[in-house]
Design a protein around this ligand. Structure first.
Ligand SMILES: Cc1cc2nc3c(=O)[nH]c(=O)nc-3n(C[C@H](O)[C@H](O)[C@H](O)COP(=O)(O)OP(=O)(O)OC[C@H]3O[C@@H](n4cnc5c(N)ncnc54)[C@H](O)[C@@H]3O)c2cc1C
Length: 412
């Protein structure tokens, strides 16, 4: 996508952007830079409200590994086209230009140098003001209607007319920040296919009876989601055991599958040893060296509370010297540590999830402009589209990218 500055010859387009999340903010800025006369509308009192809670207040903006294969999307070819138009470098360069320089962690997660989501939201707001974008805050859009010359945006009894409208109203995740799905039925009513919206990137609930000792334990693990014994998703990441189930990126990345399938016969399987499996097996079976208690060997990899709990599950006293372990005990301990199972009961729902799955079917949206193929002059950006990325900056990346493309398309 080329940077869009108006030639000055085409008539100025009046553009409404519905939603001031990351997608709407980018859309408004790109539409204004493309020469549009832009109004951004949101139910919230301030722009960029959801940005404030991202990355635990640090705002994980994008990822070094952004690529279509990392996302759940029905049409990877469509997504690839979108991502190629506005790359990570384009995004980082643009963020830098509006006062948001970034850095990457060793594993490729990008954050603002300030490590402050507040500073990011403030920079976006300042850019809106400097480009002359009109803000209509504390206003709920109740409808969008095509007209002979463009589209009307309905605000209860008022109808405002625009040439182009960008819908960046988000999904249903974290409704306390304003995204409640109130426009989803309206989009469907305009003739768009709209896939059912479900929690994604949500903590997973599980049967934790007898597992109280695990509460608060955090570690990195390989996680597999299974249904009737068959793997339906796998990931590696940080997990935290809780009173009601498991939290953390390691399970959140799989949570959209909990809703895509039924929870009947669904389980989580953890390899708690990750890449240390071979080492522990060797340490438990090796006859040389100190005859250490089994507790010490397991604790050399796992948190002590977790090590004791796992030993208790296979009835091995924690003080048992290595030489006194039978081959059968070693094998049942290794089995427990590499295939620890929990029964899945659901997810924590919209209130606790970071994004929702479902939304506007992407095949009805032009990947080069984000314009609807059903309603001319209507554009979509961000989470309202049926695309979900994993934890790590992928969802903000998608929101920013589609916002930039839609804004430029709407002004063009
Ligand atoms: C706790 C939390 C942490 C997260 N951390 C990260 C992270 O670090 N990195 C990452 O990549 N992603 C993260 N995400 C996901 C990320 O925030 C979303 O992917 C992103 O906000 C989606 O942007 P959006 O602009 O499409 O939608 P939203 O941010 O949901 O914005 C939609 C806006 O539209 C407005 N709106 C909705 N309906 C109407 C209406 N009828 N009238 C007027 N306005 C309306 C809403 O008020 C809202 O402001 C996190 C999410 C949460 C909840």
């Amino acid at each position: 996508m080329k940077s869009g500055i108006s030639s000055g010859k085409a008539p100025v387009k009046k553009v409404a952007v519905i939603g001031s999340g990351p997608a709407g903010l980018m859309a408004a800025l790109f539409a204004a830079q493309g020469g549009g006369q832009v109004t951004i509308i949101d139910t919230n009192e301030h722009t960029g409200r959801k940005l404030l809670v991202t990355g635990a207040g640090r705002c994980n903006l994008t990822n070094a590994d952004v690529a279509a294969v990392r996302y759940a999307c029905d049409n990877p070819v469509w997504l690839n086209e979108v991502l190629l138009q506005f790359s990570r470098e384009d995004l980082l360069h643009y963020l830098d230009s509006i006062g948001i320089p970034t850095f990457a962690t060793f594993d490729g997660w990008y954050y603002p140098v300030s490590e402050s989501a507040h500073a990011v939201a403030d920079a976006f707001d300042a850019a809106l003001i400097s480009l002359g974008v009109e803000k209509m805050l504390r206003k709920q859009v109740t409808g969008v209607q095509p007209t002979a010359n463009g589209l009307n945006v309905l605000l209860h009894r008022d109808a405002l007319s625009f040439d182009r409208v960008v819908i960046a109203c988000g999904g249903k995740a974290y409704p306390a920040m304003g995204s409640d799905g109130s426009l989803h039925g309206i989009i469907h009513g305009l003739g768009h296919k709209f896939h059912p919206v479900n929690p994604a990137l949500a903590p997973i609930t599980a049967d934790m009876q007898g597992m109280q000792a695990l509460q608060g334990i955090r570690l990195d693990a390989d996680v597999t989601l299974k249904q009737a014994g068959t793997a339906i998703g796998k990931t590696f990441g940080n997990i935290i055991f809780t009173r009601w189930g498991v939290n953390g990126p390691g399970v959140m990345d799989l949570s959209y599958l909990v809703h895509a399938y039924s929870t009947k016969d669904m389980g989580l399987e953890f390899n708690l040893l990750h890449r240390h499996e071979a080492w522990l097996r060797y340490a438990l079976l090796n006859e040389a060296g100190l005859n250490l208690p089994v507790r010490v060997l397991v604790q050399s990899i796992l948190p002590p509370k977790l090590a004791s709990f796992m030993l208790s599950l296979v009835n091995i006293p924690a003080d048992t010297p290595r030489s006194k372990l039978s081959a059968g005990q070693v094998s049942s301990l290794m089995e427990q540590l590499t295939n620890f199972q929990l029964t899945v009961t659901g997810t924590r729902g919209f209130e606790y999830c970071q994004v929702s799955s479902g939304g506007v079917a992407v095949e009805e949206v032009h990947p080069e402009t984000m314009e609807s193929l059903i309603v001319p002059g209507l554009y979509f950006a961000g989470e309202v589209l049926d695309v979900v990325g994993p934890c790590g900056g992928y969802n903000l990346h998608f929101a920013f990218t589609t916002g930039a493309i839609a804004g430029q398309g709407a002004a063009g």
